[in-house]
Design a protein around this ligand. Structure first.
Ligand code: NAD
Length: 498
């Protein structure tokens, strides 16, 4: 059994207050355990970050960006190893892991532009001989807490931007698949990052609570499930910290009667079952406007789903892999059972899935459920598995009302050929990320990522321009160098130009 440790002040640290098993979901076996950090270990990481801050803050932004250029190269050079680490602990197939890594690298590329986006704003002569400018200054020590489903991409949403802005960072990845995250943190040291600027602690609630309550931590970025996101946001803000906490999702696609059915079917397959549905942007609900299109889509989907292949993460012919743990598999199956008990029709049933040779892996086969109603538990809650549910309505407005009334508002998509309908939908729908004939509208790195309603607690979205705002605070300086022969007397009214 190998113990996966922490990365503090540029060194691996094996302090194991407690340990937890890490599984290979493809086989259901476990050869590793992860060290669960104590409060003291997390405090050590915070102290290292605090000590590294003054020098890093004063390092010219071009030099900070150069570390990111080198980091991007190292991520690309080590791509195969990173994807193998992701697959062996997460279960997602290697070409899906390569997509995750690539979307993460794009955030590093964006961070390389810091000399441009941190320039600030300048106004000359705002008053007589007075100039004014605004700077974006780093916050200090900031922390990130990340979920299991993107062990590389979501950390890369956070620390490259925070660090290039001059902050130092403590990252608490998911304890369920920590190795790929730890490995990329070590690559950043190889890229030239000074010790202490990025620290990684593995752990659970004890580690998270230490970050939330320690006054040296200025800001918290969180991505995970909604109940924990809400807890993180309320606790961090009660401690006076800046916080962005991204939560869960239930992403609906509206299928209009005029939609291109082949496009709908092929893109729904990938968006619902890719990564075993363990994506916060997975399309898990399709709302068909009219029975005719519903029947046509279901007929085609049924045939295509039977052809999907799932199994071991390293087999490139697979379409998706296992889910994260045996407990999660049981939870997903429980949702399918409850839909059946509440009267839905199971069109394709993945509950008995067991790929040959990997019978102990944590597999759920692709599942299609029709005749789902809004009062069903499987509709109200996030399933986070390879399950697509179909609801039937009569009008587009009914479909939009369903989406707007749902607790979550992360992503959504409309399939249509009607530009007017698409424009109305994107303008009015109460969701943060909208696709028009695009099933997974995950914003590129130069835009920012975030949902509405209970999918995001906080004001600023993740990465892109909002990321730069989140990890900096504005300081505005107004300056005059009075010349020796101009002296004003005391002024007691509010200074104006009049
Ligand atoms: P999770 O909420 O269980 O865990 C996320 C992080 O919080 C982990 O690091 C975990 O160790 C920590 N944590 C768990 N319980 C805690 C507690 N009681 N107190 C303090 N910290 C705790 O989420 P997960 O299962 O790892 O990830 C899946 C969830 O993340 C899904 O709900 C998914 O929709 C969501 N997600 C959202 C986005 C987004 O951008 N909105 C992106 C990816 C995943």
């Amino acid at each position: 059994m190998t113990t996966i440790g922490h990365f503090i002040n540029g060194e691996t640290c094996l302090e194991a207050h407690r340990t937890q098993q890490v599984f290979n979901p493809s086989t259901g076996t476990s050869e590793n355990e992860v060290a669960i950090a104590s409060k003291q270990t997390v405090e050590q990481a915070i102290a290292a970050a605090e000590a590294a801050f003054p020098a890093w803050r004063n390092t010219p932004v071009l030099k900070r960006a150069r570390v990111m250029f080198k980091f991007k190269e190292l991520l690309e050079k080590n791509a195969d190893k990173i994807c193998e680490l992701i697959g062996s602990e997460h279960g997602k197939i290697v070409h899906d892991a390569a997509g995750e890594l690539q979307r993460g690298i794009e955030n590093v590329e964006y961070a390389c532009g810091a000399p441009e986006f941190l320039k600030g704003e300048y106004s000359k002569n705002v008053g007589p001989n007075i100039d004014s400018w605004s700077e974006m200054q780093p916050l200090g020590v900031v922390a990130g807490i990340t979920p299991f489903n993107f062990p590389v991409m979501v950390p890369l949403w956070m620390f490259p931007m925070a660090i290039v802005c001059g902050n130092t960072f403590v990252l608490k990845p998911s304890e369920r698949d920590p190795s790929s995250t730890l490995f990329i943190a070590q690559l950043l040291k190889e890229a030239g990052l000074p010790d202490g600027v990025l620290n990684v602690v593995n752990g659970d609630k004890e580690a998270v609570d230490t970050l939330l309550y320690d006054p040296r931590v200025q800001a918290i970025s969180f991505v995970g499930s909604t109940p924990i996101a809400e807890y993180i946001y309320t606790t961090a803000t009660s401690q006076g910290k800046r916080c962005q906490a991204l939560g869960g999702a239930k992403n609906h696609a509206i299928i209009m009667p005029d939609a291109d059915i082949d496009n709908v079917v092929s893109s729904l397959l990938g968006a619902a079952f890719g990564s075993s549905g363990e994506r916060c942007m997975a399309l898990s609900v399709a709302v068909a406007v009219g029975d005719e299109i519903a029947d046509q889509v279901i007929e085609k989907l049924k045939n295509e789903i039977q052809k999907l292949k799932f199994g071991h993460f390293s087999d490139k012919s697979n379409d998706f892999g296992a889910v994260i743990t045996a407990q999660h598999k049981a939870k997903v199956i429980g949702y399918i059972d409850s839909a059946e008990q509440q009267g839905a029709t199971i069109v394709v049933d993945g509950r008995q899935a067991a790929p040959e040779g990997y019978e102990n892996g944590f597999y759920v086969g692709p599942t299609l459920i029709d005749q789902v109603r809004p009062d069903m538990v499987s509709y109200k809650e996030e399933i986070f598995g390879p399950v697509l549910q179909i609801l039937r309505v009569n009008t587009m407005q009914e479909a939009m009302d369903l989406i707007d009334q749902h607790e979550y508002g992360n992503g959504t998509c409309i399939y249509t050929r009607d530009g007017e309908a698409a424009r109305y939908f994107s303008d009015h729908i109460q969701v943060g990320m909208v696709g028009i004939n695009i099933p997974l509208p995950v914003p590129v790195a130069s835009h920012s990522f975030g949902g509405w309603k209970r999918s995001l607690f906080g004001d600023l979205h993740a990465y892109g321009p909002d990321g730069a705002r989140f990890y900096t605070r504005r300081k505005t300086i107004t300056q005059r160098w009075p010349s020796a022969n101009i002296r004003e007397g005391a002024q007691f009214s509010m200074p104006t130009l009049n």
